[in-house]
Ligand binder design. Structure first.
Ligand code: PNS
Length: 165
């Protein structure tokens, strides 16, 4: 049996915490599709195609069984399109739990055949989020512990600041 999982998110931009989850999920599943949500209600810093491109460059060493795709609409429809039986989400702290539980239960109601699996983010990335990385980068702070170098450069370029080292 082939185990396929989707790892949905905004990824605006991808962080080391996301990458840690993606790497570990890539070892658990036969195929992993990282899904980048095109959410018209949010005003992202990076367009979907830019986020997809950044992720592609960050996960290239994980193997051919990891792919990236943008999506609109429901995560469960995205999972079904990719014939995935699992949704992967990372959990950083207890504060993530309530929203994640609500999402997992909603998704199960919508698609009982798709199960949500959680991976605990590595301790060193427990504080990392895309929003925090953007805020630190915006004010010229050092984001090298939060995002890969190529993402730090993309952030600096987009925000018009010099990358801090
Ligand atoms: O990286 P994020 O912003 O925490 O990811 C949230 C995401 C994309 C997983 C969530 O907003 C989502 O699944 N959106 C798609 C719409 C959907 O399926 N809604 C119903 C389940 S809550």
């Amino acid at each position: 049996m082939t185990r396929v999982a989707v790892f949905p998110g905004s990824f605006d931009p991808i962080t080391n915490a996301h990458l840690d989850v993606a790497r570990r999920a890539s070892e658990l599943f036969d195929r992993l599709v990282i899904g980048v949500l095109n959410n018209p209600r949010k005003e992202p810093l990076f367009e979907v195609n830019e986020r997809v491109d950044l992720i592609r460059r960050c996960v290239s060493e994980l193997g051919d069984h990891v792919s990236i795709d943008g999506f609109d609409g429901l995560t469960v429809d995205f999972a079904r399109r990719h014939e995935a039986g699992f949704i992967v989400r990372g959990l950083r702290a207890v504060s993530d739990f309530e929203a994640e539980l609500q999402m997992a239960l909603t998704n199960r109601k919508l698609a009982p055949e798709v199960d949500t699996t959680f991976l605990m983010t590595a301790l060193e990335y427990g504080y990392v989020s895309s929003s925090l990385a953007k805020e630190v980068a915006r004010f010229g702070g050092d984001v090298s512990a939060m995002v890969p170098e190529l993402v730090a450069q993309a952030l600096a370029g987009r925000l018009g600041v010099r990358p801090s080292v």
